[in-house]
Ligand binder design. Structure first.
Ligand SMILES: Cc1ncc(COP(=O)(O)O)c(C=O)c1O
Length: 384
């Protein structure tokens, strides 16, 4: 039976029916008062999800667009940028900074590891002349399933004086992120993840320190320009024609997030990811990130057992159970597969996924006690 596809990739993530129905409506005029009311609610509710008092800019662009928007409004040719790289997306920050003419240095760790705060402190302590203007980092590295301790890292960056620019694409709406409280200067995210809507929108929030640096930016990007875009936010409008349908869907998704409450959303993600990890171990599979303290609560990376390949596992899961999981990226391609439990994901989804993974591994000849994964999962879920 087809057409029951369950996306367990790290994004796009499943979209609730209420949101889908909203996005399916005929688009309304983006300068109408009706749409302005929708934007007013969206801008307000985004502050709740972003845990900020600052204005959140909405771009009609993917997450990378917001990354570009962050750096192209801050960097002048030759500025020093330090990129904390723990995987593909940390590396993307470095590439964008370099494309904008920055002098980029990196702290890079092996895939599966997080940034050690002491390494960052040591690096910044060497910068006696305070030349480093920006430090980029990723809260949740989607390519490996590792979460950085952003709160601690940002504190160290603030002590040095550089701006912290944080990628929250697969962390917002899945794990704690408090830009105002923690002192994150710029935070970005994307729609097709914890926000439970299709791809096409991204978000950016900057604090006063970042706005001061923006004022010194000689050639800020035109489309992504913070000043023109924020002016529109303040007018409950957008600078250019936005993806009206997605913004209408976002309004509903944000209402759902408020209904559930951010704290409960984070608890749900933590509980499901923890149970999933326990189930994977019970099936006799190895987690790519063994250390629970840095393991992501939105993406779980798993190693295939000897003799069974990642493409085989993905193929059976897709063809026989209609579940799509992601391959590894770049050097990790065919070395790991990744299960996303981000956004509109329930305990039932996790039970279905682990049951299907067990059935898949059984078919592929992996030796384990059939049912052990589901049992471990349920026990962990019921722990409360
Ligand atoms: C952590 C992270 N940053 C940035 C991006 C880029 O977002 P997009 O693919 O929407 O441009 C992704 C996409 O998966 C991501 O996971």
């Amino acid at each position: 039976m087809k057409d029951k596809t369950f996306l367990m990739i790290p994004g796009p993530t499943p979209v609730p029916e209420r949101v889908l129905l909203e996005t399916a409506k005929h688009p309304m005029g983006h300068r109408s008062s009706e749409f302005s009311k929708i934007l007013e609610a969206v801008y307000q509710d985004l502050k709740y999800v972003f845990q900020t008092k600052n204005d959140v800019i909405v771009y009609t662009a993917s997450g990378t667009g917001a990354m570009d928007a962050a750096l192209s409004n801050l960097i002048n040719e030759g500025d020093k940028v330090l990129s904390l790289v723990i995987g593909n997306f940390g590396s993307r920050w470095a590439k964008i900074a370099a494309a904008l003419g920055a002098d980029v240095d990196k702290i890079e760790v092996e895939a599966g590891q997080a940034i050690n705060p002491e390494d960052l402190r040591a690096k910044l302590n060497q910068d006696n002349e305070k030349k480093i203007k920006i430090v980029t980092l990723t809260q949740n590295e989607t390519s490996t399933g590792v979460t950085n301790d952003v709160k601690t890292l940002v504190k160290i960056i603030r002590e040095h004086g550089a701006l912290s620019v944080v990628d929250g694409v697969t962390s917002l709406g899945a794990m704690e992120c408090k830009p105002d409280e923690w002192g994150i200067d710029v935070l970005i995210s994307g729609s097709q993840k914890g926000f439970m809507i299709p791809p096409g929108l991204s978000f950016l929030v900057a604090n006063e320190r970042a706005w001061e640096v923006h004022k010194q930016c000689k050639r800020p990007d035109f489309y992504f320009n913070w000043t023109t875009n924020r002016k529109s936010v303040l007018e409950n409008s957008t600078a250019f024609t936005p993806n009206v349908s997605l913004i209408c869907g976002l309004k509903v998704a944000l209402e759902m997030m408020k209904e559930e409450g951010l704290e409960n959303i984070i608890k749900r993600h933590t509980k499901i990811a923890k149970a999933l990890r326990s189930a994977i171990r019970a099936i006799g599979l190895k987690l790519f990130v063994e250390d629970d303290s840095i393991a992501s609560t939105s993406i779980t990376a798993i190693l295939p057992p000897d003799g069974i390949s990642v493409p085989e596992i993905r193929k059976v899961l897709k063809n026989d159970y209609d579940i799509v999981v992601a391959n590894g990226q770049n050097a990790l391609k065919d070395k790991i597969f990744r299960m996303g439990t981000l956004g509109f994901v329930s305990e039932r989804d996790a039970i279905t996924a682990i049951g299907s993974l067990e059935a898949t591994m059984h078919k592929l000849g992996h030796k384990f006690e059939l049912g052990a994964g589901v049992a471990a999962l349920i026990k962990e879920l019921n722990r409360g």
